[in-house]
Unconditional design. Structure first.
Length: 288
């Protein structure tokens, strides 16, 4: 009976983390789908979001959840600025050039963070969402529940934005055929900037919600970046619902692998499942 309850606890924790991963993966898949660009600096922007929440809490005593709207606006604007300065000049270059730009950008951000804030691990010491709740015998951290719900709502909100708004439909048109979109009067460069801004905004918001229960350091983004890439590839590049599905699978695989096999092998299980799915279906579960 105890083993069964422990297993259920692990499954629920895995699903909660999967929801958080979904927001990271959603931003990544949006950039890929619209711009055909793999953003290897995505994890570093997530790390900056975590530091944003940490410093807002430390300096202004602002809870990470309170700073979410400010983070969303700030990172959206920053994303557009980074696109225009660093990414736009190479958008018509080779795939390798675009990959190297985002890869180099990630290295610059992480090293600047190391210089400014040292490699020390930090955490938000005082948050509004503390303690645990008991539901059906399961003990669930309030901060993790809130982070998962906020991430899921943000992912669904972005998905509805893409489906229901004029800008969202323009982003989809550019994703499907940039040249045809230009012919019907859509400014593809503007859509690229918006897509990159939205993707970085998702990373910043995800960093804020993660800061409620995860440590902060200049290298923390690399692990989440790998998990986000696995989620996107598993669900299908360019598919927002696929990113959500892939993230939930990754969250469950990570939790169950650590519980059934051992914490040291949880990422072996995660990337093993990823490889099996990609071999069987290279476009991912919901790719097209």
């Amino acid at each position: 009976m105890n083993w069964t309850s422990d297993l259920m606890q692990v499954i629920v924790n895995g699903l909660l983390m999967g929801m958080v991963y979904s927001l990271i993966a959603t931003g990544l898949t949006l950039i890929w789908g619209v711009m055909d660009l793999a953003n290897f600096a995505h994890g570093e922007f997530l790390m900056l979001g975590m530091y944003f929440a940490y410093w807002m809490s430390t300096i202004f005593q602002m809870d990470p959840f309170t700073s979410l709207p400010l983070a969303a606006i700030l990172f959206f604007v920053a994303g557009q600025g980074v696109y225009r300065i660093a990414v736009k000049p190479v958008m018509k270059s080779s795939d390798l050039s675009r990959i190297l730009v985002t890869f180099g950008l990630g290295i610059i951000i992480s090293n600047v963070a190391l210089f400014l804030w040292t490699p020390n691990f930090r955490s938000v010491s005082d948050t509004v969402l503390k303690g645990t709740v008991t539901l059906g015998g399961l003990r669930l951290p309030v901060a993790k529940i809130a982070a998962s719900c906020a991430s899921l709502m943000a992912s669904l909100g972005l998905y509805l934005f893409l489906l229901k708004t004029r800008i969202g439909r323009a982003l989809q048109a550019v994703s499907m055929d940039p040249e045809a979109a230009v012919l019907v009067g859509i400014d593809s460069e503007k859509m690229f900037a918006i897509a990159f801004g939205l993707g970085i905004g998702c990373a910043g918001v995800a960093g804020c919600v993660l800061a409620n229960f995860s440590y902060v350091s200049p290298t923390v983004g690399s692990v989440f970046s790998l998990l986000a890439f696995a989620s996107v590839a598993l669900g299908g590049f360019g598919s927002v619902p696929g990113a959500l599905l892939g993230a939930l699978i990754i969250g469950l695989a990570e939790a169950l692998g650590g519980f059934l096999i051992g914490p040291a092998y949880k990422y072996v299980v995660v990337f093993g499942i990823y490889l099996l799915v990609i071999i069987a279906r290279p476009k991912g579960l919901m790719g097209w």
